[in-house]
Write a protein that binds this ligand. Structure first.
Ligand code: ADP
Ligand code: MG
Length: 730
């Protein structure tokens, strides 16, 4: 089947060739394309045939036990191999016979040669013998003629007596001798005759042998002819069979060809339409570039116009956006003013493992599902409700808390002073909210990151410098947490220039530019704080920790300078230790804490009621934050509470404090901006030693200040190394 298909394909290809030549002969130009298409189609068909072929091959390869074709095939193959075997045998037999004939011919030639030789020999012998015979006969004849002579001699003897007698004797002996000779000759002749006879016999024998050989040869020849006849017949038979088979196949191929011809005839109209279509397409393709160019031109023009329109719309939108932005800022400030400059948030921490177990740690705080500013506390069986600006439930994340705070943080870029306090009893979550954990940082780090991002966004028009200081107030003593001498008590002084501004001589200020800088500063502050006390946890709960971020900006186009301060304060624990009978240093600590926290309350109260005298000086904390608490500033009090039953009385106190603070109204917010030139870093260095405005110290200026330049031995090794790193990065 495979072979048939192959032959079919070949036939088709030939037919195509023929058709092609026919077509080409009539009108080559016209049909060339047509032929190409036809060619393509036939190629496809050929591919299909090849596929079919492949499938058939696969089928052939696949085992097919009961297939009649297979059996027939096997039978035929067997028969073929048998025929081949027979032919092989016959061929071998023929070769054998050929060999035999050859041998026999050789022998015959030999025998003939020998025969010829012996015949020649015999002829020679006969010749010789006849010669001798002739000689002998001659001799006999001569001898026969001799006795008359002897008679004569005898007669002579009779006449001549003695002489004759002697001569007679001699003649007699000679006669005797001659008779002997004749006898001998006769003997020889006899022998010769015998020899001749034997030769003749041998010759007859040889002739008979030759006859026999010839008969044998004849027989072999006949046999050979017979075998050849048989083989000829077989060959003819095989040829006939092959011929009939070929005829059958030819017939099939002819039928196929007829099919292909009809196919071709059917395809010709399709080819004609295809040619027509093709010509149409060609025309279209020829015209396409022109059409495309035309379309492109118009599209370009349209796009250009559209872009122009979009540009003008964009410009308009940008103008509107800027106006809206300004409006929004105004509205925001107005809103802040209306809401009050003091915002009070409450944050309830979750109940933790440290709270222990039992009825004492039952949850005593509940929330209002519809109002996120209301919180209910169950205290001694009574439910007390508080309304703050916002309440964060235990599940509120650091991110969510910071989102509410970030507007305040960014306002310090615009030149406002901001204070964020974390208030509450120890363990209520103040430090968690302000500092957070490494994996989940609190307001401090997030605020600085936000400031960096904001400053980067405004870098096109503004130059900003962000610097940080860290301080601690413990027992009413102010200490620099980033200084070389953290144990040294710092003083808050009034600027002698009469501006009324405060400053802390010796308070370190680091310029920060990245999160890495902030982390180094925080780490440095922690290390300093830890080296100063035996139990950091206890110590930190009895001292106020301040992170003071100063943002100084310069608008390059207008020369406007702004200075905003962000004070992030983790207050000491608000629990009322003094009342529970503490003594000694513990009592002193508690008194100081109470004093400073109530001073904070008093200051806010005085500000709210717009009293002429605000008792800022009553505590170090309020005195230090005077700038950031007075009229033009914004304050956020984050009141931290524990939800546990055992803490309800402290929670009640904290919430009462929150409510009191919330009702206080600071004066209208104003932006602290001035057009006066602001000292550059170099100018700051030149003015070192002179009283500079509060916190306006460059880190590079610090080491030269006499009272803040201790020897390296005064710092712990780790603190000194961090400080070194900071100075190089700052
Ligand atoms: P404070 O500084 O007021 O003494 P902390 O911030 O040290 O209190 O918090 C006390 C414990 O409660 C800490 O272990 C802290 O991780 C945990 N904590 C406080 N607030 C939260 C909160 N919102 N979510 C999870 N854990 C908190
Ligand atoms: Mg704390």
């Amino acid at each position: 089947q495979v072979e048939t298909l192959k032959a079919k394909l070949l036939e088709q290809a030939q037919e195509i060739g023929r058709l092609r030549s026919e077509l080409g002969g009539t009108d080559a130009e016209k049909h060339r394309d047509l032929l190409a298409a036809e060619n393509e189609r036939l190629r496809q068909e050929m591919k299909a045939c090849e596929r079919e072929l492949w499938e058939l091959r696969q089928q052939q390869q696949a085992p097919c036990r009961d297939c009649a074709h297979l059996q027939e095939n096997a039978r035929l193959q067997e028969w073929l191999s048998q025929l081949q075997r027979e032919a092989e045998e016959t061929r071998a037999k023929m070769a054998e016979l050929d060999l035999e004939v050859q041998q026999k011919t050789n022998r015959l030639a030999e025998v003939e040669l020998r025969l010829k030789d012996s015949l020649a020999e015999r002829a020679e012998e006969e010749e010789r013998l006849s010669r001798r015979l002739r000689d002998s006969q001659e001799t006999i004849a001569s001898l026969k003629s001799q006795p008359q002579q002897i008679k004569y001699i005898i007669k002579t003897v009779e006449v001549e007596s003695a002489k004759a007698k002697q001569a007679l004797c001699e003649s007699q002996s000679r006669n005797h001798y001659l008779q002997e000779q004749v006898g001998m000759q006769r003997q020889v002749l006899k022998e010769m005759e015998q020899q001749l006879q034997s030769s003749q016999k041998t010759s007859a024998q040889l002739r008979a042998q030759i006859m026999m050989y010839e008969a044998e040869l004849e027989q072999a020849h006949g046999q050979m002819l017979e075998e050849m006849q048989v083989m000829e017949e077989e060959k003819n038979h095989a040829i006939e069979e092959a011929f009939s088979r070929a005829q059958v196949e030819m017939k099939a191929v002819h039928e196929n060809l007829a099919g292909v011809r009809t196919n071709l005839l059917m395809l010709q109209p399709a080819l004609r339409t295809l040619t027509h279509d093709y010509n149409n397409l060609k025309r279209q393709v020829r015209d396409f570039p022109l059409l495309l160019q035309e379309t492109l031109r118009s599209a370009r023009a349209e796009i250009g116009q559209a872009i122009e329109e979009v540009h003008s719309t964009n410009r308009e939108l940008l103008r509107k956006y800027r106006r809206e932005l300004q409006l929004r800022k105004k509205c925001h400030n107005e809103l802040v003013r209306l809401k009050g400059n003091i915002r009070v948030f409450g944050r309830v921490r979750p109940i933790t493992k440290e709270d222990g177990e039992g009825p004492e740690v039952a949850n005593a705080v509940t929330f209002d599902a519809d109002d996120d500013a209301v919180l209910h506390l169950l205290h001694k069986g009574k439910q007390v409700s508080f309304e703050l600006d916002k309440v964060f439930p235990p599940q509120a994340s650091q991110e969510e808390v910071f989102q509410e705070v970030q507007a305040l943080v960014t306002s310090c870029i615009d030149g406002y002073n901001v204070c964020i306090f974390a208030y509450g009893q120890t363990g209520a979550g103040k430090t968690y909210t302000m500092e957070g954990t490494a994996a989940n940082p609190g307001i401090n780090q997030r605020a600085l990151q936000l400031l960096f991002a904001e400053v980067r966004g405004k870098a096109a028009d503004w130059d900003y410098a962000i610097s940080v200081s860290a301080a601690e107030i413990y027992n009413e003593a102010l200490r620099d947490l980033l200084g070389k001498e953290p144990q040294e008590k710092l003083e808050i002084k009034l600027c002698p220039d009469g501006s009324g501004q405060l400053y802390v001589p010796g308070l370190t200020e680091f310029r920060v530019q990245s999160v890495e800088d902030i982390n180094k500063v925080f780490e440095f502050g922690h290390v300093n704080r830890a080296t100063e006390c035996t139990n950091l946890n206890e110590h930190s709960s009895r001292s106020h920790a301040l992170l003071i971020v100063t943002v100084r900006g310069l608008d390059r186009s207008t020369g406007l300078r702004t200075t905003g301060k962000l004070n992030l304060v983790d207050l000491a624990g608000s629990e009322r230790v003094g009342r529970s009978g503490a003594e000694g240093s513990r009592l002193r600590e508690a008194q100081h804490i109470n004093k400073s926290l109530s001073a904070l309350g008093d200051v806010i109260y005085a500000l709210r009621s717009r009293q002429g005298h605000v008792p800022f000086r009553n505590s170090k904390l309020t005195y230090l934050l005077q700038d950031s608490l007075s009229g033009d500033s914004k304050t956020l009090m984050m009141v931290q509470v524990s939800p546990a039953e055992k803490n309800t009385s402290e929670t009640l106190c904290s919430l009462k404090f929150a409510e009191r603070v919330r009702s206080v109204e600071l004066g209208p917010v104003s932006r602290k901006a001035e057009l006066a030139s602001w000292p550059s870093q170099e100018q700051l260095e030149v003015t070192k030693g002179l009283p500079v405005p509060f916190l306006f110290l460059s880190p590079r200026a610090l080491p030269s200040r006499g009272h803040t330049s201790p020897g390296p031995g005064q710092l712990s090794g780790r603190a000194a190394s961090i400080r070194r790193k900071l100075q190089t990065s700052g």
